[in-house]
Design a binder for this molecule. Structure first.
Ligand SMILES: *Cc1c(COP(=O)(O)O)cnc(C)c1O
Length: 364
């Protein structure tokens, strides 16, 4: 075994149940980006079995893959640029997000060509200044009235839900209510209103509405460890463990430069282990020695630069680690996903989603 991602589906099931106990809204399990690196199909099936009523993805191809694998639950795809195959989406009963007038026209035309009414969720930009309708709202209201579509949902996305005290959250909710009132005033009353991501689910019950879109916390991770606390303090269990095999163990004297550029030098006589993963597997090259692996019963920090397929850790002089041992890169024993994120100057979302597809996923 060179390297493997172990996914604990029971942890995902428990995390979903924990969230379901905190809201009366339906849960939409966000499984974009290969279920945050955990594997689209096994996670989607686990989420549905654990009571999620909806699935959410960014790309149409992700939604199509769900249908091809027999997943029949409602699926929303919310990042479908104008050249997407809207007809295929409508044929497969995939709900589409409508973030612009142009999208409305394209989806209506696709529905007409098929003779089937598209199911859509109108997306409004309430202050994030990214996805959703903004400047063309009034034109949109005229166009959507009487359009041949089923407006199933109305939604927006928070920019700063991980800062629960931030007034921007209240302003976004106000803008959302105003836009919704204007839509209702022209006779369109969507059944499903949705706004909340994980951070808002955990900290802003006012934003739950009819559906909550549960992403990172379903995988057992905190949306922001600084403002919301750790996985542990939120009672969430991280579902992903990453392991890799030790390729070599070598004893080296103090003063040995390690890796490209010789950026770090051993400070004592020690043992090093070469771990068989690198930046092409998704180990961030910029990771500092505040991360590393757990092997032979102890933590061993990274020393020197991460290479394409390998990195080196300092075992210390007394380690019993040997070539062929399996090291835990992140997981319950040693370094956490959050440790890796802070050592690489990023967020846990990026650590889990960037683990390359060449690393097999196994499920327990
Ligand atoms: C990714 C995403 C989510 C989930 O966000 P988390 O912070 O991971 O819970 C919810 N809604 C939309 C539109 C998203 O793109």
């Amino acid at each position: 075994m060179r390297a493997v991602v172990e996914v604990n589906l029971k942890a995902i099931a428990n995390n979903i149940k924990l969230i379901r106990n905190q809201t009366s809204a339906q849960v939409l399990a966000v499984v974009k980006a290969d279920a945050y690196g955990h594997g689209l199909i096994p996670v989607a099936k686990c989420a549905i079995d654990s009571g999620a009523k909806w699935l959410g993805v960014a790309l149409l191809e992700e939604a199509v893959k769900l249908r091809e694998n027999g997943v029949t639950a409602p699926v929303i795809a919310w990042l479908t640029p104008p050249n997407s195959d809207f007809k295929e989406a409508i044929e497969l009963n995939i709900d589409l997000s409508i973030p612009s007038l142009r999208h409305l026209e394209l989806v209506v035309a696709a529905g007409k060509a098929l003779g089937k009414r598209p199911r859509v969720h109108i997306e409004v930009d309430t202050g994030m200044t990214r996805g959703g309708l903004l400047g063309e709202w009034n034109e949109f209201l005229i166009a959507v009235k009487g359009a041949d579509i089923d407006v199933v949902g109305f939604w927006s996305h928070f920019a700063r839900a991980d800062e629960p005290e931030e007034s921007a959250n209240t302003l976004q909710l106000l803008e959302f209510e105003n836009k919704l009132a204007e839509l209702r005033a022209i006779g369109i009353s969507p059944e499903f209103i949705h706004f909340a991501n994980s951070a808002a689910i955990l900290r802003n019950p006012n934003s739950h509405n009819d559906i909550v879109r549960l992403g990172i916390s379903m995988y057992g991770l905190s949306p922001d460890i600084n403002t919301l606390g750790s996985s542990q303090s939120l009672d969430l269990e991280p579902a992903m463990t990453l392991k890799a095999e030790v390729h070599l163990v070598k004893r080296v004297p103090a003063g040995s430069p390690v890796g490209y550029g010789g950026t770090e030098i051993t400070s004592r006589d020690t043992k090093l282990a070469i771990i068989t993963m690198g930046y092409s597997d998704g180990i961030p090259r910029c990771t500092t020695n505040n991360a590393g692996v757990f092997v032979a019963g102890a933590k061993a920090p990274i020393i020197g630069r991460v290479s394409m397929d390998q990195f080196v850790v300092d075992l210390g002089p007394d380690s019993d680690a040997k070539a062929g041992d399996i090291a835990e890169v992140f997981g319950p024993l040693g370094y956490s996903i959050d440790d890796w994120a802070s050592a690489a100057g990023t967020i846990n979302y990026e650590i889990v989603t960037r683990i390359a597809t060449r690393v097999p996923r196994i499920y327990a």
